[in-house]
Design a protein around this ligand. Structure first.
Ligand code: HSE
Length: 410
């Protein structure tokens, strides 16, 4: 029987403890032995919790217990989680985590520490909630050159955008619903301003490319500026507004970004709604692979945490290493190319044609001119916006339009 500990008995940690108890026999079959929860580290006493007798308030009993060889970290944030993880890995104990902030900021160092000490640092639950994506990307797709990862990586914002589209529900109400369902971060600005998705695309691109791009080097936009009329404009052309994290390698260039996109209906990404995440991965041999499932919530995320507990117990494959990204990686964002949706007030269609050329006009809200530009760079788009603004136009919205990467020949 293997003894484990969970650090942080909140939404995800509590769900992990429940899953270990409820599916105990399934887990034994997968591991070859029972996984028994011995400690739950939490600042609270939690007298109502079924795990109250296991609660400790200090890392020492866990770090010093030779019986405990695997620990789940579901604390979140960096402060304590970093110190505890370093201490446990340093003591040769494997750590599995749902903590995307910690992995995206310190993953390279923590993986190196795990390698040095002959243990594992695993983070399936950090990205895509319950969707198995880190394991398949690092194992089953590792023989491919990955050319693109594009995905809906945040359940809270996808829930808000879906409610906006289907029910015309306002931002604040939809966010409150997502919080009530346990999807949102403790500080939901990390969801709605894109930081959470940014951490996840940083982790996915590091897993695929072996280089960790710190979140502060990733161009990141959230969903707070999206208007109901933008959502309607997208629907009018058969598209959906989705917050995407994207990592794209084209020729010698690599772009990593988080921003809202108009996703055309022909893409499966347009049809992942509510709390669901969808992640499209393109490899040079496998072509396109799509991952889909619940991106947040106690049970789905617990499923991924326990998957890693089982991997830590049973898998002896080499620990990966991540190099820090160099100065030229990713490529300067100004050269990113795509079509864009723009909405202006105070201008005529003719002025738009003069500046942007062969655009497609959409039926925007009253008093607005809404259109899709031809593909161009960020720099070209900014120049065009500046020219229309100088002519008296007021920019109301700019949303990129998703075009998937090239597919290998069938
Ligand atoms: N707040 C996150 C989300 C939780 O909404 O996707 C899962 O990482």
């Amino acid at each position: 029987m293997a003894k484990i500990a969970i650090m942080g008995l909140g939404v995800v940690g509590g769900g992990t403890a429940d899953l270990l108890a409820e599916n105990r026999e399934k887990i034994r079959a997968a591991c070859g032995e029972y996984l028994d929860l011995k400690y739950g580290l939490d600042v609270r006493d939690m007298p109502e919790s079924p795990y109250r007798d296991l609660i400790v308030h200090d890392i020492a009993p866990i770090a010093n217990d030779p019986e405990v060889s695997i620990v789940a970290e579901t604390i979140g944030g960096v402060k304590h989680a970093y110190d505890y993880t370093v201490r446990l890995l340093g003591a040769g104990k494997s750590v599995v985590t749902s903590n995307k902030q910690l992995v995206s900021e310190h993953g390279a160092e923590l993986l190196a520490l795990a390698k040095e000490n002959g243990c594992r640092y695993l983070f399936e639950a950090s990205t895509g909630g319950g969707i198995p994506v880190i394991g398949p990307l690092s194992r089953d797709l590792s023989q491919n050159e990955i050319t693109e990862i594009s995905g809906i990586l945040n359940g809270t914002t996808n829930y808000i955008l879906t409610r906006k589209r289907d029910g015309g529900v306002g931002f604040e109400t939809a966010l409150a619903e997502a919080q009530q369902k346990g999807y949102a971060e403790r500080d939901p600005s990390a969801d709605v301003e894109g930081a959470d998705a940014c951490r996840k695309i940083s982790i996915l691109s590091a897993t695929a490319f072996g280089k960790l791009i710190p979140p502060d080097k990733i161009h990141t936009e959230g969903i707070t500026a999206i208007r109901q009329s933008d959502v309607s404009a997208a629907a009018s052309m058969g598209a959906a507004v989705k917050l995407l994290g994207r990592a794209i390698k084209r020729g010698g260039e690599c772009f990593v970004l988080v921003s809202p996109f108009f996703v055309p209906g022909k893409s499966p990404l347009a049809h992942a709604d509510g709390v669901y995440n969808a992640i499209s991965v393109t490899g040079n041999y496998v072509g396109d692979v799509m991952f889909y499932g619940r991106g947040a919530g106690a049970k789905a995320t617990a499923s991924a945490v326990v998957a890693d507990l089982i991997t830590a117990k049973t898998d002896a494959s080499p620990v990966p290493t991540w190099e820090p990204a160099g100065e030229d990686f990713p490529t300067e964002f100004d050269s990113f190319v795509c079509p864009r949706y723009l909405a202006f007030s105070g201008i005529e269609r003719n002025a738009v044609r003069v500046v942007f050329g062969d655009v497609t006009f959409l039926s925007g809200a009253e008093g607005e001119v809404a259109f899709i530009t031809p593909a161009g760079t960020e720099r070209e788009c900014a120049d065009g916006i500046a020219r229309l603004s100088a002519g008296g136009g007021q920019l109301l919205s700019m949303i990129r339009v998703y075009e998937s990467g090239e597919r290998p020949e069938a």
